[in-house]
Design a protein around this ligand. Structure first.
Ligand code: AMP
Ligand code: MG
Length: 313
């Protein structure tokens, strides 16, 4: 698995159709499709070519080429105004969700894109079903919506800490050992429903290793500009690492489908993770077979008439 350095060097020179094809090939390696056979141990968090200092410009170039193509595709998505794209990011702390979102979406027209971060649910959120707060932020047609965390927290953090589940105000008779399987079922149905209505859901699990997380936590502690990003509770969550990994694996097994697929993105190498994410988004937009709306003969005649009037001024 993974890409070697030579093929990445080639990648940096591509544009248009060729870049789209190359993106599809790269991202496909990490696309789960039907999750039934998914096992986390088969996905190496460090499955990336060794970049050293001299490779940095190449990595940047690839990402820039990807971002440029993505921006052009978003323009067509917006003008077509039928599909929407929902990108969901889930990961352990310090895996690079924020950075991936920032870099990958950097060239995209802000008018066609909205990012929503989901933190601990509010009192108002808890007065509703667990999808409610996310439903309110689904992207409109023609837009890209990004969820930084999502309803998947309700089968991750809530599963790892069952006391959170008990604090949710669900009628007692529905809180049984089957609740996770039921939530998976609800999520599958919800995403199928969204898909049938023109929202393509693409999900990213940024797969960081426990060792790399430790390194990034130490960096956050040792760098004053990064101190704000770190809280003692992040280190506490780390002690539940194995429980989280089991929850992630079971989540992907049960909610990755051909139409709403998870990507297990190797996240120990940040630049590589960003290239994989950009490639997956390009593949998703390509699968929509978008075109600029074609205008009819009548409209063309109207444009011509207006042009003549303007020129005669
Ligand atoms: P941050 O890393 O700053 O985005 O922190 C957001 C926190 O909110 C994380 O610790 C999440 O686990 C937590 N969170 C998000 N959704 C839920 C949820 N549905 N129930 C409980 N905690 C949640
Ligand atoms: Mg955090």
């Amino acid at each position: 698995m993974g890409a070697d350095k030579n093929s990445l060097q080639e990648f940096a020179k591509l544009s248009g159709k060729e870049l789209i094809e190359r993106s599809k090939k790269l991202s496909k390696q990490y696309r789960i499709g039907d999750g039934e056979k998914f096992r986390l141990k088969d996905y190496d968090p460090d499955d990336s070519p060794d970049f050293n200092k001299e490779d940095k410009p190449i990595v940047k170039e690839i990402l820039q080429a990807g971002v440029k193509t993505l921006a052009a595709m978003q323009d067509v998505l917006y003008s077509d105004n039928k599909w929407s794209l929902l990108l969901i990011f889930q990961a352990m702390d310090a895996a690079g969700k924020d950075g991936a979102i920032k870099h990958v979406m950097s060239g995209v027209n802000p008018q066609g894109c909205q990012v929503t971060s989901f933190k601990v649910p509010s009192v108002e959120d808890l007065d509703h079903d667990f999808m409610w707060r996310c439903t309110k932020h689904l992207p409109e047609r023609g837009r890209i919506g990004i969820f930084n965390r999502s309803y998947y927290e309700d089968v991750l953090v809530v599963r790892v800490h069952e006391q959170i589940l008990r604090a949710q105000k669900i009628p007692k008779k529905f809180v049984t050992k089957d609740i996770w399987e039921e939530r998976f079922q609800d999520i599958r149905h919800y995403e199928k429903y969204l898909n049938r209505n023109g929202t393509l859901v693409v999900k990213f699990f940024l797969n960081i290793s426990k060792k790399e997380q430790k390194k990034r936590f130490l960096e956050r502690i040792d760098t004053p500009e990064k101190n704000w990003k770190f809280s003692a509770s992040d280190a506490k969550e780390r002690t539940y690492w194995d429980d989280y990994m089991n929850a992630y694996e079971d989540m992907i097994i049960n909610t990755s489908t051909e139409k709403s697929s998870w990507y297990a993105v190797p996240a120990d190498n940040k630049p590589y993770a960003r290239i994989v994410v950009a490639s997956a988004i390009i593949s998703a937009l390509d699968s929509m077979e978008l075109e600029y709306p074609k205008v009819g003969a009548e409209k063309i005649a109207e444009l011509q008439a207006t042009k003549e009037t303007l020129l005669a001024e």
